[in-house]
Design a protein around this ligand. Structure first.
Ligand code: CA
Length: 230
């Protein structure tokens, strides 16, 4: 059985280690991040079953990380808060956190909470599957319109992104420039085909090492092909 993958974002090494050891013993796979920036990087690099997120972090705080994660994912999030810090439960839930735990907590209690949240589920896995396209180091979320390459966000123009999504949803089919203008730009007729070429060029530049997934079919148009001509 595949291990459940946990992303643990916590700046205190001692607590991180304690949680990691315990969770690994319980059969989870743990990916650690020592601050919010690293946490978000790790989040964009892979998919996780659950995220444990400390509120007080150096740099970007846990709230901001939570909001950012929620803009593209429904992965369960448990917030970890220190004793004495007033945890604003309502604020946390508004941001989309699923549960919270006040330190110090026993690892046993943490696992119990994690299992409860995981069991509750959100039915999101199925939903995410359709909107997320992953190929090696390329990650595309069609719902939140986010693209990352090696975990780094790629900035695209809206039409570039629409074009990419259209291709992803229609793999291995050759489209003429007119057809793309019609489907992606919504032009019934009379559009300038150079618009398509310009956007294909921009898109390929954005896709860097994956530029060749947009294949030119000479005399016809373009198609999207994973593992296309190198
Ligand atoms: Ca902290």
């Amino acid at each position: 059985m595949q291990k459940m993958k946990v992303l643990l974002i916590e700046d205190e090494a001692r607590i991180r280690e304690m949680i990691k050891d315990y969770l690994e013993n319980e059969g989870f796979q743990v990916v650690e991040a020592e601050n919010g920036t690293v946490g978000l990087e790790k989040f964009y690099e892979a998919s996780y079953s659950i995220i444990l997120l400390d509120v007080m972090l150096p740099g970007i705080d846990g709230w901001t990380v939570c909001r950012e994660i929620r803009s593209s994912s429904e992965v369960p999030i448990i917030m970890l808060t220190a004793r004495g810090e007033e945890y604003d439960k309502l604020f946390g839930f508004e941001l989309g956190a699923d549960d919270y735990l006040t330190k110090p907590f026993s690892p046993k209690e943490l696992v119990a909470r994690m299992r409860a949240v995981l069991k509750r589920g959100t039915g999101t896995i199925a939903r995410n599957d359709k909107s997320i396209f992953e190929f090696e180091d390329l990650w595309i979320n069609m719902e939140s319109r986010k693209v990352t390459l090696n975990g780094v966000i790629v900035n695209m123009t809206p039409k570039e992104f629409d074009l990419l999504c259209f291709f992803i949803n229609n793999p291995d089919k050759v489209f003429t420039r007119e057809h793309l203008l019609n489907r992606v730009w919504g032009y019934e007729f009379g559009g300038d085909c150079r618009t398509v070429d310009t956007h294909i060029k921009m898109l390929r530049e954005s896709l860097k090492q994956y530029r060749n997934i947009i294949v030119t079919v000479w005399g016809v148009g373009y198609k999207f092909e994973i593992g296309g001509t190198k």
